[in-house]
Design a protein around this ligand. Structure first.
Ligand code: ASP
Length: 362
């Protein structure tokens, strides 16, 4: 009897240590009246998915050199995250590492390549969530933090809070010894010119009265690319994480904060689902997009693909909310729907094959 108990305790301990095995070791049930099954469940397919923003990405406006460069950075980001997962590292570490690479590239609207506000400044937002523990960290309105995703992680792990903004968040970054950079670090000619175009278009056609947001989209603004970055990952222990980092939207006003750092809007993860979004943030906030996808998986038993499609291709389309998202479930299934012309995106699973796409077909 004691031997049987010890064996069942050992089974529980092994199951807890190696949940990625997907089943407990085949030991006899200590309760003959209770049927147990030792049939192995399929092991979760660990992996990482990333995005580099959605928007009107015309083939014609993307030179072959620029396309190759963009694909190379996306692949490097995937490989950084994948390397961590392959060694048994956590999804949280993989997401953080993948996003830092995108933040350091001027090609994406996050970190180095952040877009300009109406006043010609850069204000950065980011969030990170651990699906296993539901811990989360978020930051907004940063002007000097080189890697906002790392500060989001510090907020999650080293503070009692979930969200910190502006100067206070930067004071915390300093306290934590994170890298701070002068504002000119975020200057890129391309983003500056995008702001000049947005300002000129706005002058020509002033915003309609009664528009609820400080931000508004000019008719010419339809040629925008969003360019936010994000990642979702499932590690070998079966734990999910999600993260997003952004410079927001070109020409944004007065301390405007988008969906990216808002848990449940642009970023969310739980035990069964992780989401990072990109698009016109005001819609993603009002439709609590990331949480809505995961709630559909949890409450309605929808597949990750069906849930993500319903929100992005139906609900957001009807509302006029342009953008897309990447989502992963606890089995490693991935969905990457977008209702804009294109979305920079990529996936790398246990097989080590890197796949990167920009347009609908490739
Ligand atoms: N969602 C971001 C925001 O509204 C923009 C983006 O995805 O590029 O701040």
């Amino acid at each position: 009897m004691i031997a049987v108990r010890l064996r069942s305790l050992a089974a529980i301990a092994l199951g807890a240590l190696f949940p990625s095995l997907g089943c407990s070791p085949a030991l006899p049930s200590p309760r003959p009246d209770v049927e147990t099954t030792n049939a192995p469940r399929p092991a979760p397919r660990w992996g990482i998915a990333i995005h580099g923003g959605a928007g009107v990405l015309d083939r014609a406006s993307l030179s072959p050199e620029r396309e190759a460069e963009t694909r190379a950075v996306l692949a490097a980001s995937l490989e950084a995250g994948h390397g961590i997962l392959a060694k048994g590292g956590s999804s949280l570490d993989a997401v953080t590492a993948a996003i830092r690479i995108l933040e350091d590239s001027p090609l994406f609207n996050a970190g180095k390549g952040a877009v300009f506000t109406h006043e010609g400044t850069n204000e950065l937002d980011a969030a990170l969530m651990n699906g296993h523990t539901r811990e989360a960290g978020a930051v907004a309105g940063l002007r000097h933090v080189r890697n906002p995703i790392t500060l989001a992680r510090s907020v999650m792990e080293k503070s009692p809070h979930v969200m910190m903004i502006g100067e206070g968040a930067e004071r915390f970054a300093e306290q934590e010894g994170l890298e701070l950079v002068p504002e000119r670090y975020f200057y890129t000619e391309e983003r500056w010119q995008a702001l000049q175009r947005a300002l000129a278009a706005e002058k020509k056609a002033p915003p309609p009265q009664g528009k609820p947001q400080g931000f508004w989209e000019s008719p010419a603004g339809r040629d925008h690319k969003f360019g936010t970055v994000g990642a979702v990952a499932l590690d070998q222990a079966g734990h999910l994480a999600a993260g997003t980092s952004t410079g927001g939207m070109t020409n944004k006003r007065f301390g405007r904060v988008g969906d990216s750092p808002i848990i449940g809007a642009g970023t969310y993860a739980d035990e069964g689902c992780a989401v990072s979004a990109t698009g016109h943030g005001e819609y993603f906030i009002r439709y609590t997009v990331a949480r809505d996808v995961c709630a559909r998986v949890d409450y309605a038993g929808m597949t990750i693909g069906a849930a993500a499609d319903r929100v992005v291709m139906d609900i957001l389309v009807k509302a006029g909310g342009e953008g897309g998202l990447i989502a992963m479930d606890a089995q490693g299934n991935v969905a990457m729907p977008f209702n804009s012309k294109g979305m920079y995106r990529g996936y790398m699973g246990a097989d080590g094959i890197t796949s990167v796409s920009i347009f609908r077909d490739r």
